[in-house]
Design a protein around this ligand. Sequence first.
Ligand SMILES: Nc1ncnc2c1ncn2[C@@H]1O[C@H](COP(=O)(O)OP(=O)(O)OP(=O)(O)O)[C@@H](O)[C@H]1O
Ligand SMILES: [Mg+2]
Length: 440
Amino acid sequence: MPSRAPAARQLAGLGVTLAAVVIFSGYTQYQIEGLRRLQTETLDRNRRSTLLLVSIQSNLSQIGLAFRDMERAGDPYPLSAYRPRFERLRISLEDALAREAELAPPSRLAREQQLLHDACARFWNETAALWPLAAEDRVNEVRTLIRTRLEAERAAMTTLAEQLLVQNQDAERAAQARIGAIYTRVERNLYLLLGAVLLAIAATTLYVIRSNRRVFQQLETLSEQRRALAGQVISVQEELFRTLARELHDEFGQVLTAMGVMLQRASKRLPEDSPAREDLREVREIAHQTLEKVRGMSQMLHPPVLDDYGLERSIEWYTGKYAKQTGLTIHYEKIGIGPWIGDQIAIHMYRILQEALNNVVRHAGTREAWVRVRYEPHRMELVVEDHGVGMSVPPSSTGIGLIAMRERAVLLNGCIEFSTPSEGGTRITASVPLNVGVTQ
Ligand SMILES: Nc1ncnc2c1ncn2[C@@H]1O[C@H](COP(=O)(O)OP(=O)(O)OP(=O)(O)O)[C@@H](O)[C@H]1O
Ligand SMILES: [Mg+2]
C-alpha cells in the first residue's frame, strides 16, 4: 500500500512551532516594553522624587538648626547675620519643591501637593516678619516668633514631606510588585511555550520517524521482491539458454551431421562424372556451415566447457576465444589456485565476464582489456579493467547489462564495484563467497 508523503504533517508541525515562537516573541516584547515603562516612568521617577523629598527634609532641618542658633543667647553674630543663610536655604528649598512637583508619582493627589506648597509659602511669609525684629536685635521677640509660629510651620512642612516620602515608598513597592508579577507571568509563559514547542517537535519527530520506518519497510519489501524476481528471471533465462543450447546441439547438430553423412553416401553412389555430384558437394558444404553456426550458437547460449571443466578453464577458454573473435587484446592473469566451481557461481561469474568484455568492446573505445581472477579459499574476485573512455556517472544508456551484473553478484551473496583505475577507463570488481549457499 503506498504511504502518503509525510511532508504535509511535517510542515504543519513546523508551522505550529514557528507560530508559537512568533506569538511568544511578540508577547515577550510587549511585556518587556511594559517593564521598561514601569522602570523608567515609575521607578526612576519615583526615586528622583524621593531624593528631592530627602533634600527638602535636609533643608528643613538646616532651617531648624539655624533657628536653634538664633535662639541661643550669647551668639557672637548679630541676628540679622542669619538672613543670607536663610536666603540660600529658601532658594534651595523652593528649587527642590518645584522639581519634586514635576516628578510626583501619579498616585499623589493635587490637594496633597498643594498643601506642601501652601505650607512653604506660609512659612516664608511668617519668616519675613523675623528680619525687622532681628535688625533691631529684639532677641526675645525673635525667640517667641520662632517658638510659637515658625517652628510649627517648619514642623508641619517636615511632616508633609515625610508623608510624601511614605507615599513614594508605597508607590515603589507597588511598582516592584507589578514588575515581579510581570516576571512571574513571562516566566510561566516561557515554560508553557517551551513545553508546547517541545511537544510539537516531539510529535513531528515521532511522526517523521514512523513515516520513515514505514517507507523503509516498504522499500525493503520492494527490494526483496525485486531481488527475488530478478533471481527468478535470471535463472529462468539461464535454464532456457541451457535447454536451447542442448536442443541446438543434440537435435539440430545430429540432424545436420546425419544429413552430411547421407549426402556423402548419395554422392558416392553417383557416377564420377555426374554433374549432380558437384551440387551434392555444395549442399553438404552448406549443411556443414550450418552445423558450425548451430554449434557456435549453442556454445554461446551455454558453453559446455562450463559444465565439463568448471569456471577457471571456462574463463581461460572464453577470453582466448573472445580475443580472437573481436580482436581485443586481453591480458589474463590468475592469482591463487582455483577450486572446482560449477553450477550457479560459475554461470553467474561467467556471464559477468561476458557482459564486462562486451561493454569494453562496445563502449570503452579501446582494444585492450585486463582480466584478473583471484582465488582465495572461501572467496573469488573477478576484475575486468580497461583504460578507455570510462563510464559517465550515471551511465548514459538504458541498457540492462550493468544491472544484470549487479543482480548476479547479489544472487551469489557477493558484491560488485565500478571504479576508475588510475590510468582512466573502467574497472569492474565482482567479489563473491565460494562457500555460502546461493540465493535462488
Ligand atoms: N567499459 C565501459 N567503458 C565505458 N562506458 C561503459 C563501459 N561499460 C558500460 N559503460 C557505459 O554504461 C552504459 C550502461 O551499460 P550497460 O551494459 O548497462 O548497457 P548497454 O551495454 O548500453 O546495453 P546492454 O548491455 O543492455 O546491451 C553503457 O551504455 C555505457 O555508456
Ligand atoms: Mg552492456
